[in-house]
Design a protein around this ligand. Sequence first.
Ligand code: FES
Length: 517
Amino acid sequence: MEVVIRLMKDNRTVEEEKTCTVPEQVSLSWLLEQQGSLLQYVCGGNGTCGKCKVKVVFGASEPTASERKYFTEEELRAGYRLACQMKVTQDCVVEVPRQRERMQGLSATVNQIDTVSDRRDTYGVAIDLGTTTLAFALVNLHGGQVVQTYTMENSQRTYGADVMTRMQRANEGALHTLQECIGRDLQNGIQMLQNQFERQMGYRPSMVQVVISGNTTMCHLLQGFSCERLAVAPFVPVTTEKREWEQDGIKITILPGASAFIGGDIISGLTYLDFSSDDAPKLLLDLGTNGEMVLWNGKEYLATSAAAGPALEGGNISCGCASVPGAIYDVLIAGEKSQVKTIGGIAPVGICGSGLLSAISGLLDNHLLDEYGIFSDKVKVSGYSLATTTTGESIRITDEDIRAFLMAKSAIVTGVCYLLKQLDDREKTLQVYLAGGLGVHLPVNAAVKTGLLPKQIKSNCRPAGNTSLQGAIAYLINPCEMNQRMQSICNSLTVLPLNEWEAFEEQFVAHMTLKRV
Ligand code: FES
């Protein structure tokens, strides 16, 4: 079969075209991956997110049930299909949107913090290995300063937005591909730091160490460990121990985790925050594709995690996107009209997690949505339109988006309530540290209004930044002390699986509304 792939600059303009010969019944998503296209396979190719939309101008296969769910009859007739669902059954011509393909580049930024350094100095790189974002910091090991930072999207996103879909892909035979993918990303990120440094300082930094802090799944995929037992209950990791080796004269350290869901990123963040320096109760809330939370009750660490899914980071939302330039992050709704703010102040391309939260809160305030997540009659059946893209597509919030949000927020708030129940002394003020992709930009008022966070903790929430990266930086600068702290946290941390709480199901169902808690 012959497939012509057209990379589209916009709806009408072809930027690049290539022709490939493939066997019959090949999946279109497989073919596009082979050709280097970075479509977003948020649900891992299960046909449940609608993010891998393409237009087959000629030779489209019969629509599947999933495709019928995502497209109208008219769109199906025009050739719209999901790349993960379509099999090549005849010669065809496929149009792939350029904007999606370039998502990775859009989010990459370089940030210079400090350039105090000396040619004799040695450097290390701290890395926060996130499911969505990779954050890098170049550290002068002599003076302990961070001299460059760099962030980029994890290009494994094209294999699924959350850890469960990535593990599914790995267990279906793509482990080696996923390992190569993340290895390449790390090399690229480190090179970006070095290049930037060299441009500014006139010489290349001499690197001796890399410290990586990541969730347990990402660390498995990086090391090529099997995820067979990690992906299914009782979720057994190959290891969560600290791992160290030397490669090309550079010492590589992967920081230790505590369990399948309380990984090295959380332990690194706790080590940096040092909750146990006093007995005041504190809570770390790391909100991303998974919600991880750890309570320090003055004596011990108690941790749990909630499988929120990608909705709070814009995944599984019909017009959702990551926190890239153009993502709507704030919404003001007055009556039936809305005003939006986007990252970078450019034309809107979609809605990210904080935008979704802010929009739902505004819809509630304006009685366009009720506490059970039902739109009022004033809202069209197709959903509430927030804005329009430059190509005229409406960025809207639909019934299904509200349901996805309710599932995600219910998981998170149930987890938080479970940990709050463990506090003996309710009179003491609980300090809450917000971290993770959504956590640091969380609109706290909207989170309380929609029932994502209990109102009891509202006044004591503070953004804590990227605590995982800060912990890795601290480890580079002071490995002995940080190692001791990490070991003592791992020894005094108890994981309380949320699904083993006898009230879990009852609480989860009770929180499937937009009522304040
Ligand atoms: S619908 Fe194709 S990747 Fe989700």
